[in-house]
Design a binder for this molecule. Structure first.
Ligand SMILES: Nc1ncnc2c1ncn2[C@@H]1O[C@H](COP(=O)(O)OP(=O)(O)OP(=O)(O)O)[C@@H](O)[C@H]1O
Ligand SMILES: [Mg+2]
Length: 295
Protein backbone atom coordinates (compact mmCIF):
# COMPACT_ATOMS: atom_id res chain seq x y z
CA UNK A 1 0.00 0.00 0.00
CA UNK A 2 1.33 3.47 -0.86
CA UNK A 3 2.51 5.50 2.11
CA UNK A 4 0.35 8.51 2.93
CA UNK A 5 2.24 11.71 2.31
CA UNK A 6 0.93 13.68 5.20
CA UNK A 7 2.36 17.08 5.83
CA UNK A 8 3.32 15.99 9.28
CA UNK A 9 5.79 13.51 7.84
CA UNK A 10 6.91 15.66 4.89
CA UNK A 11 7.60 18.54 7.24
CA UNK A 12 9.09 16.39 9.94
CA UNK A 13 12.52 16.81 8.34
CA UNK A 14 14.22 19.36 10.56
CA UNK A 15 16.07 21.04 7.68
CA UNK A 16 13.14 21.23 5.32
CA UNK A 17 12.02 24.72 6.15
CA UNK A 18 15.14 25.83 7.93
CA UNK A 19 14.76 28.10 10.91
CA UNK A 20 12.52 30.57 9.14
CA UNK A 21 9.30 28.61 9.19
CA UNK A 22 8.77 27.05 12.56
CA UNK A 23 5.29 28.42 12.41
CA UNK A 24 4.60 26.60 9.16
CA UNK A 25 5.94 23.45 10.73
CA UNK A 26 3.68 23.76 13.76
CA UNK A 27 0.58 24.37 11.66
CA UNK A 28 1.57 21.67 9.20
CA UNK A 29 1.65 19.09 11.95
CA UNK A 30 -1.99 19.63 12.69
CA UNK A 31 -2.89 19.47 8.99
CA UNK A 32 -3.64 15.98 7.80
CA UNK A 33 -4.58 15.03 4.33
CA UNK A 34 -4.06 11.84 2.40
CA UNK A 35 -3.41 12.66 -1.22
CA UNK A 36 -3.26 8.94 -2.00
CA UNK A 37 -7.02 8.84 -1.88
CA UNK A 38 -7.37 11.13 -4.92
CA UNK A 39 -6.30 8.82 -7.70
CA UNK A 40 -6.23 5.06 -7.80
CA UNK A 41 -2.61 3.99 -7.78
CA UNK A 42 -1.25 0.97 -9.48
CA UNK A 43 0.47 -1.48 -7.21
CA UNK A 44 3.35 -2.28 -9.54
CA UNK A 45 6.58 -0.38 -9.62
CA UNK A 46 7.35 0.92 -13.06
CA UNK A 47 10.63 1.86 -14.60
CA UNK A 48 10.96 4.14 -17.58
CA UNK A 49 12.96 2.40 -20.29
CA UNK A 50 14.29 4.39 -23.23
CA UNK A 51 15.27 2.11 -26.10
CA UNK A 52 17.22 3.06 -29.25
CA UNK A 53 15.65 6.50 -29.11
CA UNK A 54 16.59 9.05 -31.77
CA UNK A 55 15.14 12.51 -32.23
CA UNK A 56 15.89 14.96 -35.01
CA UNK A 57 14.48 18.39 -35.83
CA UNK A 58 14.54 19.40 -39.49
CA UNK A 59 17.20 16.81 -40.16
CA UNK A 60 19.48 17.87 -37.32
CA UNK A 61 19.97 15.00 -34.88
CA UNK A 62 19.37 16.10 -31.30
CA UNK A 63 19.21 12.75 -29.45
CA UNK A 64 21.38 9.90 -30.69
CA UNK A 65 20.54 6.31 -29.99
CA UNK A 66 19.63 6.87 -26.36
CA UNK A 67 19.30 3.74 -24.24
CA UNK A 68 18.70 3.98 -20.53
CA UNK A 69 16.58 2.78 -17.68
CA UNK A 70 15.28 5.16 -15.06
CA UNK A 71 14.69 3.43 -11.75
CA UNK A 72 11.42 3.74 -9.89
CA UNK A 73 11.27 5.75 -6.67
CA UNK A 74 14.77 7.13 -6.88
CA UNK A 75 16.20 10.52 -7.77
CA UNK A 76 17.85 10.41 -11.17
CA UNK A 77 19.91 13.45 -12.13
CA UNK A 78 20.68 14.21 -15.76
CA UNK A 79 23.83 16.27 -16.12
CA UNK A 80 25.75 17.56 -19.12
CA UNK A 81 26.74 20.78 -20.85
CA UNK A 82 24.26 23.24 -22.25
CA UNK A 83 22.67 22.13 -25.51
CA UNK A 84 23.47 18.42 -25.07
CA UNK A 85 19.78 17.40 -25.18
CA UNK A 86 18.76 17.11 -21.52
CA UNK A 87 15.52 19.08 -21.88
CA UNK A 88 14.70 17.36 -25.16
CA UNK A 89 15.07 13.98 -23.49
CA UNK A 90 12.83 15.01 -20.57
CA UNK A 91 10.21 16.41 -22.91
CA UNK A 92 10.22 13.19 -24.92
CA UNK A 93 9.11 11.35 -21.77
CA UNK A 94 6.11 13.67 -21.55
CA UNK A 95 5.41 13.80 -25.33
CA UNK A 96 6.05 17.53 -25.39
CA UNK A 97 8.18 17.38 -28.52
CA UNK A 98 5.33 16.01 -30.65
CA UNK A 99 4.20 19.42 -31.86
CA UNK A 100 7.61 20.75 -32.92
CA UNK A 101 7.65 21.34 -36.63
CA UNK A 102 10.07 19.01 -38.42
CA UNK A 103 10.49 16.64 -35.47
CA UNK A 104 11.18 12.98 -36.20
CA UNK A 105 11.44 10.32 -33.53
CA UNK A 106 12.45 6.67 -33.66
CA UNK A 107 12.74 4.04 -30.96
CA UNK A 108 10.59 3.73 -27.88
CA UNK A 109 10.04 5.00 -24.39
CA UNK A 110 8.15 2.62 -22.13
CA UNK A 111 6.54 3.22 -18.75
CA UNK A 112 6.47 -0.30 -17.37
CA UNK A 113 5.01 -2.37 -20.19
CA UNK A 114 3.15 0.52 -21.86
CA UNK A 115 4.58 2.71 -24.59
CA UNK A 116 4.48 6.44 -24.08
CA UNK A 117 5.83 7.23 -27.53
CA UNK A 118 3.60 5.04 -29.62
CA UNK A 119 0.16 6.33 -30.68
CA UNK A 120 -1.36 2.97 -29.69
CA UNK A 121 0.09 3.23 -26.18
CA UNK A 122 -1.01 5.51 -23.37
CA UNK A 123 -3.10 8.63 -24.19
CA UNK A 124 -1.50 12.05 -23.78
CA UNK A 125 -3.69 13.06 -20.85
CA UNK A 126 -2.84 9.87 -18.95
CA UNK A 127 0.88 10.26 -19.77
CA UNK A 128 0.87 13.83 -18.49
CA UNK A 129 -0.75 12.76 -15.24
CA UNK A 130 1.55 9.79 -14.68
CA UNK A 131 4.68 11.56 -15.92
CA UNK A 132 4.53 15.19 -14.81
CA UNK A 133 6.96 17.84 -16.05
CA UNK A 134 8.16 20.93 -14.25
CA UNK A 135 9.58 22.84 -17.21
CA UNK A 136 12.88 24.71 -17.40
CA UNK A 137 11.04 28.00 -17.91
CA UNK A 138 8.13 28.18 -15.49
CA UNK A 139 4.87 28.52 -17.41
CA UNK A 140 1.94 29.24 -15.11
CA UNK A 141 -1.44 28.82 -16.74
CA UNK A 142 -3.17 32.17 -17.48
CA UNK A 143 -5.37 31.87 -14.42
CA UNK A 144 -5.20 32.42 -10.68
CA UNK A 145 -2.64 30.92 -8.34
CA UNK A 146 -5.38 28.72 -6.87
CA UNK A 147 -6.61 27.55 -10.27
CA UNK A 148 -3.11 26.67 -11.41
CA UNK A 149 -3.05 23.92 -8.80
CA UNK A 150 -6.75 23.00 -8.89
CA UNK A 151 -7.09 22.86 -12.67
CA UNK A 152 -5.36 19.52 -13.29
CA UNK A 153 -7.28 17.92 -10.42
CA UNK A 154 -10.58 19.07 -11.93
CA UNK A 155 -9.62 17.64 -15.32
CA UNK A 156 -9.07 14.32 -13.59
CA UNK A 157 -12.47 14.44 -11.91
CA UNK A 158 -11.72 15.89 -8.50
CA UNK A 159 -14.58 18.21 -7.53
CA UNK A 160 -15.89 19.95 -4.45
CA UNK A 161 -14.61 23.26 -3.15
CA UNK A 162 -13.53 22.02 0.29
CA UNK A 163 -11.64 19.13 -1.18
CA UNK A 164 -9.92 21.29 -3.77
CA UNK A 165 -9.10 23.92 -1.12
CA UNK A 166 -7.30 21.27 0.89
CA UNK A 167 -5.45 19.92 -2.13
CA UNK A 168 -4.33 23.40 -3.18
CA UNK A 169 -3.11 24.23 0.32
CA UNK A 170 -1.37 20.90 0.72
CA UNK A 171 0.66 21.15 -2.46
CA UNK A 172 1.46 24.85 -2.13
CA UNK A 173 2.79 24.05 1.33
CA UNK A 174 4.73 21.07 0.02
CA UNK A 175 6.36 23.27 -2.64
CA UNK A 176 7.32 25.78 0.05
CA UNK A 177 5.27 28.70 -1.28
CA UNK A 178 2.05 28.67 0.74
CA UNK A 179 3.04 31.43 3.17
CA UNK A 180 3.94 33.74 0.29
CA UNK A 181 0.67 33.28 -1.62
CA UNK A 182 -2.02 32.32 0.89
CA UNK A 183 -3.47 35.85 0.93
CA UNK A 184 -3.48 36.25 -2.85
CA UNK A 185 -4.72 32.90 -4.10
CA UNK A 186 -7.21 34.50 -6.48
CA UNK A 187 -4.64 36.77 -8.13
CA UNK A 188 -3.19 35.88 -11.55
CA UNK A 189 -0.22 33.52 -11.26
CA UNK A 190 1.65 35.53 -13.87
CA UNK A 191 2.21 38.22 -11.22
CA UNK A 192 4.47 35.95 -9.19
CA UNK A 193 8.25 36.21 -9.30
CA UNK A 194 10.07 33.64 -11.44
CA UNK A 195 11.19 31.69 -8.36
CA UNK A 196 7.61 31.68 -7.05
CA UNK A 197 6.34 30.58 -10.47
CA UNK A 198 8.84 27.72 -10.41
CA UNK A 199 7.49 26.52 -7.06
CA UNK A 200 3.89 27.02 -8.22
CA UNK A 201 4.58 24.83 -11.27
CA UNK A 202 6.06 22.24 -8.94
CA UNK A 203 2.90 22.33 -6.78
CA UNK A 204 0.76 22.03 -9.91
CA UNK A 205 2.70 18.99 -11.10
CA UNK A 206 2.61 17.29 -7.72
CA UNK A 207 -1.11 17.90 -7.31
CA UNK A 208 -2.05 15.30 -9.91
CA UNK A 209 0.25 12.78 -8.26
CA UNK A 210 2.49 11.67 -11.08
CA UNK A 211 4.40 8.44 -10.70
CA UNK A 212 7.31 10.22 -12.35
CA UNK A 213 8.20 13.81 -11.88
CA UNK A 214 10.45 15.37 -14.49
CA UNK A 215 12.06 18.49 -13.10
CA UNK A 216 14.04 20.56 -15.57
CA UNK A 217 16.37 22.77 -13.55
CA UNK A 218 13.54 23.19 -11.07
CA UNK A 219 15.63 25.18 -8.63
CA UNK A 220 17.55 27.37 -11.08
CA UNK A 221 15.68 30.56 -10.14
CA UNK A 222 15.54 29.89 -6.42
CA UNK A 223 17.57 31.31 -3.55
CA UNK A 224 19.71 28.80 -1.60
CA UNK A 225 17.14 28.25 1.17
CA UNK A 226 14.28 27.64 -1.28
CA UNK A 227 16.53 25.34 -3.32
CA UNK A 228 17.35 23.27 -0.27
CA UNK A 229 13.64 23.18 0.58
CA UNK A 230 12.90 21.66 -2.82
CA UNK A 231 15.86 19.28 -2.59
CA UNK A 232 14.71 18.06 0.80
CA UNK A 233 11.18 17.72 -0.52
CA UNK A 234 12.42 15.59 -3.44
CA UNK A 235 14.39 13.36 -1.09
CA UNK A 236 11.24 12.84 0.96
CA UNK A 237 8.99 12.40 -2.06
CA UNK A 238 11.06 9.67 -3.63
CA UNK A 239 9.40 7.21 -1.26
CA UNK A 240 6.33 7.75 -3.39
CA UNK A 241 7.35 9.40 -6.65
CA UNK A 242 10.25 8.85 -9.01
CA UNK A 243 12.11 12.03 -9.74
CA UNK A 244 14.17 12.83 -12.79
CA UNK A 245 15.99 16.07 -12.43
CA UNK A 246 18.08 18.02 -14.88
CA UNK A 247 20.63 20.12 -13.07
CA UNK A 248 23.70 22.17 -13.89
CA UNK A 249 24.60 22.28 -10.23
CA UNK A 250 26.88 19.33 -9.67
CA UNK A 251 26.92 19.91 -5.92
CA UNK A 252 23.13 19.53 -5.96
CA UNK A 253 23.36 16.28 -7.92
CA UNK A 254 26.01 15.00 -5.51
CA UNK A 255 23.74 15.83 -2.56
CA UNK A 256 20.58 14.13 -3.73
CA UNK A 257 21.07 11.84 -6.76
CA UNK A 258 20.74 8.08 -6.48
CA UNK A 259 21.25 7.55 -10.18
CA UNK A 260 23.12 9.76 -12.66
CA UNK A 261 23.01 10.13 -16.44
CA UNK A 262 25.76 12.11 -18.14
CA UNK A 263 24.94 13.40 -21.64
CA UNK A 264 27.12 15.01 -24.24
CA UNK A 265 26.13 16.16 -27.76
CA UNK A 266 22.87 14.23 -27.73
CA UNK A 267 24.34 10.96 -26.47
CA UNK A 268 24.28 9.25 -23.12
CA UNK A 269 27.94 8.90 -22.31
CA UNK A 270 27.57 7.27 -18.93
CA UNK A 271 24.77 6.10 -16.67
CA UNK A 272 25.02 4.52 -13.23
CA UNK A 273 24.64 4.92 -9.51
CA UNK A 274 25.59 8.33 -8.16
CA UNK A 275 28.43 6.75 -6.24
CA UNK A 276 29.86 5.13 -9.34
CA UNK A 277 29.47 8.10 -11.70
CA UNK A 278 30.77 10.69 -9.25
CA UNK A 279 33.46 8.68 -7.53
CA UNK A 280 34.56 6.23 -10.18
CA UNK A 281 33.48 7.42 -13.63
CA UNK A 282 34.15 4.88 -16.34
CA UNK A 283 34.44 7.31 -19.24
CA UNK A 284 37.14 9.89 -19.79
CA UNK A 285 34.55 12.41 -20.97
CA UNK A 286 32.59 12.09 -17.71
CA UNK A 287 35.76 12.55 -15.69
CA UNK A 288 36.66 15.70 -17.59
CA UNK A 289 33.17 17.15 -17.19
CA UNK A 290 33.15 16.47 -13.45
CA UNK A 291 36.60 18.04 -13.17
CA UNK A 292 35.24 21.19 -14.81
CA UNK A 293 37.39 20.81 -17.95
CA UNK A 294 34.38 21.91 -20.03
CA UNK A 295 30.83 23.03 -19.46
N1 LIG B 1 12.30 23.36 -31.03
C1 LIG B 1 13.57 23.25 -31.43
N2 LIG B 1 13.94 23.55 -32.69
C2 LIG B 1 15.22 23.45 -33.09
N3 LIG B 1 16.23 23.02 -32.30
C3 LIG B 1 15.93 22.71 -31.05
C4 LIG B 1 14.60 22.80 -30.53
N4 LIG B 1 14.61 22.41 -29.23
C5 LIG B 1 15.89 22.11 -28.95
N5 LIG B 1 16.68 22.28 -30.03
C6 LIG B 1 18.12 22.07 -30.11
O1 LIG B 1 18.40 20.80 -29.55
C7 LIG B 1 19.63 20.85 -28.82
C8 LIG B 1 19.38 20.33 -27.43
O2 LIG B 1 18.56 21.29 -26.74
P1 LIG B 1 18.09 21.07 -25.23
O3 LIG B 1 17.22 22.21 -24.89
O4 LIG B 1 17.54 19.71 -25.11
O5 LIG B 1 19.51 21.16 -24.48
P2 LIG B 1 19.81 21.17 -22.92
O6 LIG B 1 20.84 20.13 -22.66
O7 LIG B 1 18.56 21.10 -22.15
O8 LIG B 1 20.49 22.60 -22.77
P3 LIG B 1 20.45 23.64 -21.51
O9 LIG B 1 21.34 23.05 -20.46
O10 LIG B 1 21.01 24.89 -22.10
O11 LIG B 1 19.03 23.78 -21.07
C9 LIG B 1 20.15 22.27 -28.89
O12 LIG B 1 21.11 22.37 -29.90
C10 LIG B 1 18.89 23.06 -29.24
O13 LIG B 1 19.22 24.22 -29.96
MG1 LIG C 1 17.56 22.47 -20.92
Amino acid sequence: MATALSLSNVFALPSLFGGRSLDVLRRARSFTFRPDAKFPRRGERNQIAVKDFNLSINGSQILKNVNLTIPDRKITCIIGPSGCGKSTLLKSMNRLNDSIEGVKMEGSIMLGSTSITNAEGMGISEIRRRVGLVPQRPCPLPMSIYENVAYGCRIHGIVGKRRLDRIVEFYLRAAGIWDEVKDRLREPAIGLSIGQQQRLCLARTLAVEPEYMLADEATSALDPISSRTIEDLFVKLKEKYSIIMVTHTLSQARRIADHVIFMYLGEVIEEGSADQVFNNPQKEMTRKYLDGAFS
